[in-house]
Design a protein around this ligand. Sequence first.
Ligand SMILES: [Zn+2]
Length: 327
Amino acid sequence: MENMDRQFMGVASSGEGLREEKEKQQKIGLEPIVGEKPKTEEELKLINLANAGFQKLFEKYGIEKTIGITPEQVHFTDYKLISGDHNVGGTSNPVEEMIIITKKQEFFSLLEIHFLAHEMAHLFSHTRHFAVIKDGEDGNKDIKLFPVRSGFGLNRPWNKKEKGKIRHFTGFNEAMTEIITTKVLLVISEELEKEFKIKEEELSKSHIGKRKLKYIPFIKKAVMVSYREMYVPIVEEIIKKIAEMKGQTSEEITDQLVKAYFNGESPMLYDIEKAFGTGSARILSYLGSQTPEIEDLIDDYFAVEDLEERKEIMEEIDDLMSDKIKE
Ligand SMILES: [Zn+2]
């Protein structure tokens, strides 16, 4: 997708075998999963169409990503075989560069199409990996790759205090992924109507609901997890405030964020701090991987107008977060 050397953090120049390990993981990502059948013509058509949608979006934003996602990277299977839950879902893995979409029926409803575009956005987003290298058996090096950047999402496996408990900007990243998904679906709306009988007016209302598939690498399985679909309104509020502050339109700010999501530019953290006060970028970074209590407080934080009130909410969030780290 990108120049592979640029995908690794820090250790890239010294870390021998990283490229091989990444290629090995990518190959695993191409292998069929439980219950997967050869792709139907309709499935192939949808993958091609979604790729074309992303290419159109990239052209509009002047983003250079010419390699699409191949059908082998996408795995469709019956939802009953994966999640055991009566729900359609989707997940992606940036290390193996694979996507899993569960289907409820043979044809595609908007939900499955939305999931596919959403997960493709994750794979197209700016990604960086971190490698943990240990001495393995037979004198070989044991290499484990972790995604540290995925769009705006940030993991810091090297941070001892966080002990992998905190993933940063997850909610912000999911919200931007949803905003981008809708943009891609609108770009291909004519074809979606013609080929899949999906009406254009449904596209901007579509979202992935409250439950989501999560891929657990160590058991090589995807499971259903709860997912709170509350991040888009918060991010839209932040965008509106930054736009007002800078005398720009919300569309212009959104466009800058869309570009940054794919090319790895910094996502205007300075503007967020300026618009909402010092420490606001940290508060935003907590959104997406916390308890409902903290998530609700973050929602309040960006909704209140009063600066003093916002400060109080920040203290409350910080207290709850430090408890969480101590656990
Ligand atoms: Zn997602």
